[in-house]
Each structure stands twice: as C-alpha cells, then as structure tokens.
Write a protein that binds this ligand. Sequence first.
Ligand code: ARG
Length: 411
Amino acid sequence: MANEKVVLAYSGGLDTSVIVKWLQEKYGYEIVAVTADVGQGDTELEGLEEKAIKTGASEIYVEDIREELVTDYIFPMVQSGAVYEGKYLLGTAIARPVIGKKLVEIAEKVGATVVAHGATGKGNDQVRFEFAIKALNPHLKIIAPWREWDFKSRSDCIDYACQKNIPIPVTAEKPYSIDRNLWHISFEGGILEDPAREPDKDMFRLTCDPQDAPGEPETLSISFDQGLPYALNGQKYEPLELVLELNRIGGRHGIGRIDLVENRLLGMKSRGIYETPGGTILSFAHRELEQYTLDRETYHYKETVALKYAELIYYGLWFTPLREALDGFIRTTQQTVTGTIDMKLYKGNIVVKGRTSPYTLYNPDMATFEEDDLFDQKDAQGFINLYGLPLTIRGLMNKKKAMSPQEVAKS
Ligand code: ARG
C-alpha cells in the first residue's frame, strides 16, 4: 500500500493531528492535508502549513472557498427560505458539500485514492461529507477514523499524541465542540449536553448579549436584485463582504442567537447553540421582500419548498437531482424579488421599518377601506356563495340528520 495517497480534511486541531499519524501507521498512506478556509478565522488558520508538515503530512493545501460558499451555496439557501426545524439557519450544514467538493478536486489533482475526515460516527457531518464525495467521485475510498479506531475520547487522543510525539495544538481544552465559518458559529456537546442549563455568558463569539447591546436602535437597509442582496444602506457590496459586514452590524445588536434541541439525521436529538447575526438579518429582509412581491399561491407553495430544501441541506443531500430541480423553481420565483427593506435593529430584535419595490403586488387602491373603483364590493357575495358552497352543502346534510325520519320525509 506504500505511496498510496490520502487526502485528509485537516483543521489543525487535536483530532485531525492525531489522524495524520494514525493513517500513516495503520495504512502507510502518504498524507495530503486539505484545509478549506470557510471563514473560520485567522487564529484557526495561522501556522497551519508548518503544523501539518511537522505532524507528518507531506503537503497541505489551504483553499480559500469563502466566495464560492457565499455565492453558490449560502445565497441560494437564503433565496429558498430554508430554516431547519423552525430555527437553525444551517450554517454548518451548508458548508459541508463545498468542502467535500474541494476534497474531491484535490484528491483528483494529486492522484489520491482515499479521502479521510475527522467527523465522528454520531453526527451529521460525516454523512454530509461522504454524500458529497460519493456524488462527485464514487471511486474514492472514504476513511472515517472515528468510526474505526478505539479512542473513545479527547484524552485517549492526547495519550496517543504524547506516545507518538505528535505536536498537539496548544489551545486550551474547549468545553464544547465548536464549528465556525463566515455564516455562523455552532456550539455543541460538553456542558451544553444538559438542555436545562443555560449557556455561559462568555461562550458567545459573534454576538454581544442583547442585554448589553446599545440602548438606541440602528437603522439598516438591504437592497436585493432578483432575490440577491447587493447593497447595505445604499452602498454596494460584494457577496462575501456583505455577509461579513452584516455579521458585524448584527453582532453588536445581539442578533441571531439560537438555542435548539434538534433532530439529527442519525436519529437522536441533540442540543445546539448557534450565532448567525448576519444570516438572521439577511433571511429576515429577504422574507419581507418576498411577502411584498410574490403572489399568494407562489409564496405559500414556496414555504413548503423551504421545508424540503432545509431537510436536503441538513441531510447532506446537496448534490442531488431534487435540490437542482427545486433551485429551478426558486430561481423563477426570484425574478421579481427586487427592492429594499428598511429595518431597525435593537437589542436582539429586527423590526421592519419600510419596504419599496417596483414589483410589489401590494396595491393601496385595493387594500384601502376607503371607496375605490377597482373593486366592486358586490362581487364578494358571489365569491362567498360559491367558495363556501361545500360548507353550505354539509351544513344542510347535518341539519337533515338531526331531524327524525318523518321530518326528513316531509322536508
Ligand atoms: N448540529 C449542527 C448541524 O448538524 C451543527 C454541527 C456542528 N458540527 C461540529 N462538527 N461541531 O449542522
């Protein structure tokens, strides 16, 4: 097996450092580390090259995929309106397919036959990575050390690292599992496993406590063109910069904190805490604009599509015919989702201030309680008679049944 190459999804943390050594020992592979820059921040990316080589990798690729993540994954998700179980804006889930895609691309480039990742055997992320890999190159073999080795915990990993002289990252032990990217940060496990327990105040990283947010509201406007945001307060932004700026704005008003007990794909419930400041504002504004511009039937139908789209993302089913087909529907609906939403941000809340759109279907002449000449109130009577006909028919039947047979015969 010597000289066979494996591409490893590498973060530089304890687990993936141990995995480098373990893969070498167990399989004799040459390790190509791959780190996707999805906006996890400089502290996580700093010194990765050196670390990877010292740990035993033969080379490392650090790929900046932030723009691709925003443009090809996050914005379509926002347009779809996907929210998992009413709360989760899918920050971890949406990044997995594009990371999987990069792993496949690099595997093909360096001639690797195997892809390995450090996701555990209980979580959603293993499924998402592997679905992406299978969809894009089913010939690649997949290794998930957490499902194979005998280490049970972090301390088992540390023991192994010490035994094998693996330079372990000097970061302090984190009391929970954290996943961060440009869209969100998630916290799970450790002390959060008790759903009755409120998270510590100092856990949060992207948002301030709403209680400590400014006492004055901040106004903000977001402009969209065909469902795609392109300006904040009238100033144009590239997609990535727009999201980063919204994170800063939302963060200082304590917007986008969520605490959720969710259903994982593998069947168990788990408790997660999320911070998605910019995403929360963007999703809010996009929905407002849709409510202003889409016709009733399309909007209602789109709400059911959003539920399915959220499941597809959560379950890792991004590279599927159904997701592509739903994208076709969503793209069509976005043709008139153009305009601007004005909001006020205040202590964790977003309040809509105003909306403008050249395509709105809101017609003040129609909605007014004053007299108008477009709508003849007399028409409403016929509408009610016909649309309510089934109710009338059933009501008649019920009345008849309540009568005695003699009364029915007479009636
Ligand atoms: N429960 C969330 C999800 O499945 C977050 C997962 C966080 N992943 C992690 N490796 N910490 O999308």
